[in-house]
Design a protein around this ligand. Structure first.
Ligand code: PGA
Length: 241
C-alpha cells in the first residue's frame, strides 16, 4: 500500500490525474473503473485539462462506472450517467461505445447485474479502479455488511449514505433508496486500485479503514488485502494516518 499525502486539493488533483494519465499512456486501451461523488471531481477537471493540452488520449480507453441509482431516469440531473457526462465524458475523447454505466432500467436489473460482470470480464478486467470512500466506509455503494465476495448487485442505501447524498437533491426524500453497484469482489479483482479522499470529514473513516481490522463493517478495510493499492489524500484527510 502506497500512501501519497498531498499538500492541498490542487496537488491532490494533479497527483491523481498524473497517475491515471501515466497508466493510460503506458496502456492506451486500458480499462478504467470510475467513481462519482465529490471525490473525483478535481481529478476529472484535471484529466479534462490534460486532454486539452494533448497529454492524454482516451480514444481507446474503456470505462466502467462503479454504480448508479435505481429509481432515477438516466436523463435526470442527479443520475450518475449525467454526472459522468457533465464532469468528464463530454470534455474528453472517450468513445460513447466504450462507456459503461450500470443500466438502471427497473425491468432488467437482475439481468443487468450479470451482464455487467460479464462485460467487465470480456473487456479483460479492470486495469485501474479509481475509488472514493463514503463516511461509513462504503466503496462503490457497498454499504457496511456487504459480503466481500459480492459481485455486481442491487443494494439498499444506508440512512447515512442517503443523508450524505441529499446535498445533491432538493429534499432528502428525493434521494433514491436503492442502487446497482459493482460488488466488493468485482472491485478487488481490479489489477490496480487508486483510492482517493480529501477533506477533514474523511480523516476518521480513512483511519478506521487503513489502520483498523479488516471487517465488512468497514467495506474499504478490505482494500488492505489488495496487492496494488495506491492512496492519494490531501493533508486534511490524512491527518489521522
Ligand atoms: P463523496 O462520496 O465523493 O461524495 O464524498 C464518496 C463515496 O460515497 O464513495
Amino acid at each position: 500500500m502506497n500512501i501519497i499525502k498531498c499538500k492541498d486539493i490542487d496537488d491532490y488533483a494533479k497527483t491523481a490525474a498524473q497517475i491515471v494519465t501515466d497508466r493510460i499512456n503506458s496502456k492506451p486501451d486500458i480499462v478504467l473503473g470510475l467513481p462519482t461523488g465529490s471525490t473525483p471531481v478535481p481529478l476529472y477537471k484535471e484529466l479534462s485539462s490534460l486532454y486539452n493540452q494533448g497529454k492524454v488520449d482516451f480514444s481507446r480507453v474503456t470505462t466502467y462506472n462503479l454504480d448508479e441509482y435505481i429509481g432515477l431516469d438516466r436523463s435526470s440531473e442527479q443520475s450518475y450517467y449525467n454526472f459522468m457526462h457533465t464532469n468528464l465524458f463530454k470534455h474528453i475523447n472517450v468513445k460513447a461505445e466504450n462507456i459503461n454505466i450500470p443500466n438502471n432500467d427497473p425491468n432488467g436489473l437482475e439481468m443487468e447485474c450479470l451482464e455487467y460482470e460479464t462485460a467487465i470480464k470480456e473487456s479483460g478486467g479492470i486495469d485501474l479502479q479509481v475509488l472514493g470512500i463514503g463516511h461509513n466506509g462504503h466503496i462503490g455503494f457497498n454499504e457496511p455488511g456487504t459480503p466481500f465476495d459480492s459481485t455486481t448487485h442491487i443494494i439498499e442505501l444506508s440512512e447515512e449514505t442517503i443523508a450524505a447524498n441529499a446535498r445533491f437533491f432538493d429534499t432528502p426524500a428525493m434521494v433514491p433508496k436503492k442502487a446497482i453497484s459493482m460488488g466488493i469482489r468485482t472491485i478487488m479483482l481490479s489489477k490496480e486500485i487508486l483510492l482517493l479522499a480529501y477533506g477533514k470529514d474523511k480523516a476518521e473513516i480513512l483511519k478506521r479503514a487503513l489502520t483498523g481490522d479488516i471487517t465488512t463493517d468497514v467495506p474499504a478495510s478490505v482494500l488492505k488485502l489488495h496487492p496494488n493499492l495506491t492512496i492519494v489524500v490531501d493533508e486534511e484527510a490524512s491527518s489521522l494516518l
